[in-house]
Design a protein around this ligand. Sequence first.
Ligand code: NAD
Ligand code: UD1
Length: 330
Amino acid sequence: MKILVTGGCGYIGSHTVVDLLNDGLEVVIVDNLVNSKRDVLEKIKKITGKCVTFYEYDLCDMEKLDSIFKKESISAVIHFAGLKAVGESVSIPLKYYQNNLTGTINLLLCMQKYNVKKIIFSSSATVYGNPKTLPIKEDFPLSTTNPYGTTKLMIETILKDLYQSDNSFDIAILRYFNPIGAHKSGLLGEDPNGIPNNLMPYIVKVATGKLPVLNIFGADYKTVDGTGVRDYIHVLDLSYGHMLALKNKKTGLKIYNLGTGKGTSVLELVTMFETVNKVKINKKIVGRREGDIDACYASCSLAERELGFKCRYTLEDMCLDSYNYVKNNN
Ligand code: NAD
Ligand code: UD1
């Protein structure tokens, strides 16, 4: 069985490619490397001993994308490719709509043309907006506060409409909570260029001395210690969720939350990071970041019941592995 992984050189995609290869599946990656590097392919080979077929194409280039489907006998698609920086999406919204929507529509048109009916799509907890109650279930109302989130919601709608028109499609929409951590080998992980937007990459940059201080965005939230609460999930558990979705015998259009179901505050995460890695994180409380919510964590009972999804890694693992990756790659 040959799986097309869009965005397979990226953070979550690369971990999933390793799982697919270790499971004996063939993998074709399409990635334009806008937010990743080619050397990931070598690292995947080092970990698995196996090669993937790689196309450095942009999903927005329909002719090139079509040529992949023509050449390879694709059985299913895992669709990670997309731009994902919330702040950037506010300043250059058209780029986000063009890249994320055009890329996805091209992909779905190719799937239709070549009769490939199974797709797993990377959605986000951001589609729940500011939830009224917690934990968040899949049937909660949906809303977004930035163009990035809106692209996710629009793609979910496109997938629902497609399924409505042709229910031989088999679609899994996975709504990720906050992925952190890295591969145990220290070869794959996340280390964004410049100043990171997300918490864990920022903590790691402070730990390695690349940034002087962690700004904690607000300590007056209605949470256990006043700092924002999120559901951090190890990227290896997230990738495992994709394997389960791929093998799920139940067909149709399915939507699953992928998180741990546990909320962790900023201060709790920083303290855990300091303890397990025996480093001190210089930090200061500053004002709230616009658009942030008090707390967000998943109910994962649907994924547990229908996919058999259960997280295997703890917050300690996430902190150790995130730091290990960056120490190995600096
Ligand atoms: P990433 O940026 O590391 O990976 C995305 C990959 O897609 C990159 O390698 C990039 O080069 C590629 N890409 C982007 N646009 C492309 C295009 N037009 N054509 C071909 N390749 C293209 O991001 P990630 O963290 O691995 O996220 C994967 C997916 O999961 C994204 O869709 C993201 O929105 C979604 N998601 C991520 C998070 C998170 O916190 N990381 C949370 C929720 C959802
Ligand atoms: C953010 C995005 C979300 C996206 C997700 C994954 C916003 C408003 N939301 O989620 O849409 O799906 O990333 O890419 O950008 N924090 C600090 N200091 C920092 C960074 C973060 O205190 O330097 C705090 C935040 O206020 C928040 C928590 O840490 O309480 C987690 O932040 P982050 O890692 O950016 O994730 P989200 O805001 O949950």
